[in-house]
Design a protein around this ligand. Structure first.
Ligand code: GLU
Length: 435
């Protein structure tokens, strides 16, 4: 097998990290940050403080694989900002993850928390691995060693991980257990998105998809689109896409298309989302072989004539190559970073209302905050209470972003960046610079 340099070595050898497409996610974040900073006439010192991650941790994770051999994995935890509170953000497992991607995702967490008004900073973690090729035991050993390596970073008042792409409540349970074994305590607020029986919150699993539904409805109201009979296409059928599709169809939308790694599925009269979720669960976790729909490609799905398009898969899906083909009136970004800066301009020129990722998918971290609050109180809420509070915070954030966009005559994305950066900059000013 050819030897592949890891990210640390790439930095030493000055090789560019592989970029999934022509956009580097961190540069994409900075491009939007620059526009907002100009609007805010942000002080240059504040600019350099806020744009950069505070800390980048890179750690080598040795794992004894089932075959007895040791395999090394690259682990990352980027703390982007801690001005508003302990840093918060998920951990993803993906084979092609890069430090630029993790840094962008960490920065987006900072802006997300600021927009919805939860008292956290932003962070993100990742392990470069292919979880589909690993056994449960290998995943557990890798997760525990990653946690042990970063023990000084994590903590309920320091940095709080959560699930993200390819990680789930079980992985959070292993992190919780490893952390608590080391610190000789039983602190469940060290991670969120954990199983309910270990101090998880009702409604956390559905929270991101529910948030997508709430802001989509708010956007439809602004554009006078009747929810009943409106059409929706959802790219991605994981935790975010499948729940968003389910909740939007419950609200009266006709979900005409969804997709996952196995392809796109279309039915002009509406798909049976409940049946598709059940099919996924019964099968191998994908929609492969689902027969009650017409098969379409990913690019066909993105170009469908629908009222709402929900990209809920991964970064860099809507770029200058395909943005002009989009016919949806609203794009609600369930994924982080699905649209490139060049595509932003095309979509805005074409009058598409984009609900930006840092608002649209903030439902997850909002309920993570509720979970952290419940853990620290040792008092747990009903699902109805969680959902009601989520609705209030997401609706409030949507209104604030929409108003900012109108005030500054910018897109909702730039409006969201302006609000977020102003909030963190104001807090930084109050705290002052130590030293
Ligand atoms: N991974 C989720 C996100 O990207 C949730 C993070 C959290 O709950 O801390 O927003």
């Amino acid at each position: 097998m050819p030897y592949k340099r890891n990210v640390y070595e790439r930095a030493i050898y000055k090789e560019p990290a592989p970029i999934r497409d022509h956009e580097n996610p961190f540069e994409s974040m900075v491009k939007r940050f620059d526009i907002a900073a100009q609007i805010l006439e942000l002080d240059p010192g504040f600019y350099s403080y806020l744009v950069k991650p505070t800390r980048i941790h890179i750690t080598a994770i040795p794992v004894v694989m089932d075959n007895g051999y040791i395999q090394m994995f690259d682990g990352y935890r980027v703390i982007h900002n801690e001005v508003l509170g302990p840093s918060k953000g998920g951990i993803r497992f993906a084979p092609d993850v890069t430090i630029e991607e993790v840094s962008a995702l960490a920065a987006w967490m900072t802006w997300k928390c600021a927009i919805v008004g939860v008292p956290f900073g932003g962070a993100k973690g990742a392990i470069a691995c292919n979880p589909r090729e690993m056994s449960e035991g290998e995943l557990e050993r890798m997760t525990r060693r990653y946690t042990a390596n970063l023990l000084d970073v994590f903590g309920p008042d320091k940095d709080i991980p959560a699930p993200d792409m390819n990680t789930n409540a079980q992985i959070m349970a292993w992190i919780l257990d490893t952390y608590n074994m080391h610190v000789r305590a039983n602190t469940n607020a060290v991670v969120t998105g954990k199983p309910i029986m270990l101090g998880g919150s009702h409604g956390r699993v559905e929270a991101t998809g529910r948030g997508v539904m709430i802001v989509t409805k708010a956007a439809m109201r602004e554009l006078n689109i009747d929810i009943e009979g409106s059409t929706v296409a959802v790219q991605g059928f994981g935790n975010v896409g499948s729940i968003a599709a389910k909740l939007l169809s419950e609200q009266g939308c006709t979900v005409v298309a969804v997709s996952d790694i196995s392809g796109g599925y279309y039915n002009e009269n509406g798909l049976d989302i409940e049946a598709m979720i059940a099919y996924c669960k019964d099968g191998n976790g994908t929609l492969e072989g689902y027969s009650n729909a017409q098969i379409i490609s990913n690019s066909e799905l993105l170009a469908l004539e629908v009222d709402v398009l929900v990209p809920a898969a991964k970064e860099d899906q809507i770029t200058e190559r395909n943005a002009h083909e989009i016919k949806a009136r609203i794009i609600c970004e369930g994924a982080n970073g699905p649209t490139s800066p060049a595509a932003d301009k095309i979509l805005s020129d074409n009058g598409v209302l984009v609900i930006p990722d840092i608002l649209a998918n903030a439902g997850g971290v909002t309920v993570s905050y509720f979970e952290w609050v419940q853990d620290r109180q040792g008092f747990f809420w009903t699902e109805a209470r969680v959902n009601k509070r989520l609705d209030r915070m997401m609706s409030g954030a949507f209104d604030a972003v929409y108003k900012a966009a109108q005030n500054y005559q910018v897109t909702p994305r730039i409006g969201a960046y302006v609000l977020a950066i102003r909030k963190v900059a104001d807090a930084l000013k109050m705290r002052g610079i130590y030293g």
